[in-house]
Design a protein around this ligand. Sequence first.
Ligand SMILES: Cc1cc2nc3c(=O)[nH]c(=O)nc-3n(C[C@H](O)[C@H](O)[C@H](O)COP(=O)(O)OP(=O)(O)OC[C@H]3O[C@@H](n4cnc5c(N)ncnc54)[C@H](O)[C@@H]3O)c2cc1C
Length: 331
Amino acid sequence: MTAAAALTPLDDPQALIDVLPSVRGRYKPDHPVGPLTWFRVGGKAQVFFRPEDPEDLAHFLRNRPADVPVSILGVGSNTLIRDGGVAGVVIRLSSKAFGSISIDGSRLTAGAAALDATVAKTAAKAGRAGLGFYVGVPGTIGGALRMNAGAHGGDTNQRLVSARVISPDGVLQDLPAADLGLAYRHCALPADWLFVSATFETETGDPEALHAELLAIQSQREQTQPIREKTGGSTFKNPPEDAPHGPSAWKHVHAAGCRGLSVGGAQVSEQHCNFLINTGEADAHDIEQLGETVRERVFRDSGLLLHWEIRRVGRFASGRAVRPAEEILGL
Ligand SMILES: Cc1cc2nc3c(=O)[nH]c(=O)nc-3n(C[C@H](O)[C@H](O)[C@H](O)COP(=O)(O)OP(=O)(O)OC[C@H]3O[C@@H](n4cnc5c(N)ncnc54)[C@H](O)[C@@H]3O)c2cc1C
């Protein structure tokens, strides 16, 4: 089949824009989204959409053709965009329209585009305790809800009261925390439900003590994680308590001899071996191939199959598909 014959309307960004509803926000055809992620690798979105406000986003969802794939990106600190790009519409919420943070008594409400660290700092400054763990998580509140982000003994689920969401058919509604089905790095709400904001319960605290807590968390991170590198944070979810080398993914990666392992420009961090790093010249293929190699070696070493925490999104570049470890191992 020739390249021209393989083209479908979904491969033509302008043709896609032509069938999308008119919005107050902006559509951008063929827009690079890989560079928006922490790994700084990966391809383009067929169409990139920045909604003007929640109503604009709801209007878009209500009126888009049902067969157009829609996905959403926060600040890409947990996402690897594949080199072939992402078909359909990739949404990104602006901090102007979706990033506000307000406090009313013990309740803090943050827009889905607010940065977790900003939420932690705003809460601490106002003498509201309980959200300090967010200072070390480099994502947005939308990403934190989807991943049930957590650290230092706290997680999103422990503090969440409710979330404002938009259903795939464009209905804005508030859901109580229990309806999200949050568990370790997991949210049970289907992937096509989008988060607009979240409300958290906090406690009274001393602003100075809370500020000191944030500094301590930041300093600990500096020492233990490659936070200044192009990385996606923890690559694999921690395994259960009874896993062969215990409940830490990094211990399995280390035991399998993968610390420092590299594929092309991607490397397993020497400092924290559950982190993969783009040393500068990696593409998304290198990073995903390295991850699958680690999964294969860990399985051969201890019989444990690690599961990706990092979201891998989009299409492989032509002829450069990565085979998952399950396939190589015949599982
Ligand atoms: C150096 C480093 C350290 C990290 N440390 C931690 C840590 O301690 N604890 C931890 O939990 N994570 C950690 N992470 C991972 C990451 O920061 C979190 O998973 C974070 O919550 C992702 O947010 P994001 O905005 O970057 O999401 P993205 O990576 O952009 O997206 C992640 C997922 O969330 C979805 N999503 C994003 N916004 C929305 C929305 N508005 N509505 C619906 N879905 C949405 C995306 O579609 C995707 O499925 C770390 C990452 C790095 C790079």
